[in-house]
Design a protein around this ligand. Structure first.
Ligand code: G3H
Ligand code: ZN
Length: 306
């Protein structure tokens, strides 16, 4: 089916207390793995490309591949810009047919972040495209990042409420203890802070840097209002595991497809695992629409779809 906007599927997840997996991709095999896993799990899915992925694959190529693959399945697929750091990048993606944008002004002073986010929202909303913004800062893992740095960069709940009022952003990425690009699931989240943000902010909340967060903490975050969870490093690790295994098993192979197919399969399994954990599996019926709201049948916890 044609791409859908993130507004449509995040609102639903927000109301029904599960999270949509937002998976990063850089190449055809990763895009195929993500969409195939979501299709088999009957889950709405967000496929996101970062500025680095756009530099690697090319904007039209990245957008084109996602549009083609989405047209071959009957689940809602969103094409999202991840961590767009300029007005120009967002507008280029809007023109290329992205159905969801992000402006990451988290390193900027509050007023500057507000001004650029608002400007992008005005343009994108005029053509029905939603915008994710970031306040507080989800740091990158380095040897130098300390727990104090992470704490200092966290989102302030009152400022978050003010930010949404001033910008009109459709969803908000919050810093609550995760760090980008961790290689093992060791972090726990500040759930009290998340609850305080949730009380004051009425748009879907987004968790970045999920690869390093413990599963229990992810489930608690979903229960307390996280509706979109970004996953990148975990999928890259699966891809590289496939490459290494393939090359080890077939050191003399000259056909790259033999090795890349293993990577694709490993990424697909990693996506499937996350979709089930986030509670988004089984949400789409065989006609491509949402199944009846789960709450009709009683409270269903994230991670335990019927
Ligand atoms: O924007 C992308 C994500 O926040 C991914 O973070 O690589 O730690 O999973 P991750
Ligand atoms: Zn991120």
């Amino acid at each position: 089916m044609p791409l859908v906007t993130s507004k449509e599927i995040l609102q639903r997840a927000f109301e029904e207390h599960y999270a949509i997996g937002a998976f990063n991709a850089n190449n055809m095999e990763q895009i195929q793995a993500i969409v195939e896993a979501a299709q088999e799990e009957r889950a709405p899915v967000i496929l996101q490309v970062s500025q680095g992925a756009i530099r690697y694959a090319g904007l039209e190529m990245a957008a084109g591949m996602v549009k083609i693959i989405a047209s071959q399945v009957d689940i809602p697929v969103v094409l999202h810009l991840d961590h767009g750091t300029s007005f120009e990048q967002n507008i280029l993606c809007l023109r290329a047919g992205f159905t969801s944008l992000m402006f990451d002004g988290s390193k900027l002073p509050f007023e500057e972040n507000v001004a650029i986010t608002r400007k992008i929202c005005e343009v994108a909303h005029a053509v029905g495209i939603p915008v994710e913004a970031e306040l507080g800062q989800v740091l990158q893992i380095t040897d130098k990042v300390t727990p104090e740095d992470v704490e200092r960069a966290m989102t302030d709940p009152d400022q978050a409420a003010e930010f949404i009022k001033l910008t009109g952003a459709d969803s908000l990425a919050v810093a609550i203890g995760s760090i980008h690009a961790m290689r093992s699931q060791e972090a726990t989240l500040d759930i009290d802070r998340l609850k305080a943000i949730r009380k004051k902010v009425n748009v879907p909340l987004v968790l970045h840097g999920s690869s390093g967060v413990k599963n229990e903490s992810l489930l608690e975050a979903i229960e307390n209002g996280i509706s979109k969870i970004n996953v990148a490093t975990y999928l890259n690790q699966a891809f590289m595991r496939g490459l290494r295994e393939g090359l080890e098993k077939m050191p003399d192979e000259v056909d790259p497809r033999k090795v890349l197919a293993i990577s694709r399969e490993y990424v697909k399994e990693a996506v499937r695992e996350k979709i089930r954990l986030f509670g988004s599996a089984g949400r789409i019926d065989s006609a491509g629409g949402f199944v009846s709201p789960r709450k009709v049948f009683g409270v269903v916890k994230p991670g335990t779809p019927e």
